[in-house]
Design a protein around this ligand. Structure first.
Ligand SMILES: [Zn+2]
Ligand SMILES: [Zn+2]
Length: 182
């Protein structure tokens, strides 16, 4: 019996040593997975709150990291930023060759459109004096030098009174036969 017990004792010691090593190994892997999840989340997620959530989820041994790998954003933030920059550059190149898109619906519009023909939203305001389309960032009209937002200057040639319409209509006053009122 003693002999047998001795064998079992040695075996038990060996087994417990192996078990300890396996547990240590798993703990090391678990800790490195937590760190990996934190580092990976930082490269993919901008919100620090969500990074914290991902790291907290990875504290559940192995399952948390697997779940994180399933639901994580597919792209790195750097890649997203680079692609956005590239798209901006491409849009600028297209704008240079006269290709413009409506900022609201991405419908193709021309540079001097006042309204998008697709979504009907306002793209530009006409100059109050000469009626040409003005960019919202301009301070003066580059075509007739009128100040934007200022009332058209007083000394103008007397306007011919149109038949039937007595009241002056803003916008159409300056360009007879220009844009039809919408
Ligand atoms: Zn549009
Ligand atoms: Zn003008």
């Amino acid at each position: 019996m003693v002999y047998l017990a001795g064998i079992f004792g040695i075996k038990n010691n060996t087994i417990s040593l192996v078990v300890d090593l396996v547990i240590l190994f798993l703990v090391v892997i678990w800790l490195s997975l937590v760190y990996w999840t934190y580092a990976d989340a930082r490269r993919r997620i901008a919100d620090p709150m969500l990074i914290g959530c991902a790291t907290a989820a990875s504290l559940f041994p192995f399952v948390g990291t697997i779940v994180y790998m399933i639901v994580r954003p597919p792209e790195y933030l750097d890649d997203v930023r680079e692609r956005e920059l590239e798209m901006q550059a491409a849009e600028a190149r297209l704008a240079e060759v006269g290709y413009h898109l409506c900022p609201h619906c991405d419908y193709e519009v021309e540079k001097d459109f006042l309204r998008c023909p697709n979504c009907m939203r306002k793209l530009k305001d006409p100059c109050k004096t000469c009626g040409r389309p003005l960019d919202p960032s301009w301070k003066i009209c580059p075509f007739c030098e009128a100040e934007i937002g200022a009332v058209p200057s007083a000394p103008r040639r007397p306007r011919r009174r149109r038949e039937g319409s007595e009241q002056p209509v803003a916008g159409t006053a300056a360009d007879p036969g220009g844009l039809p009122p919408t």
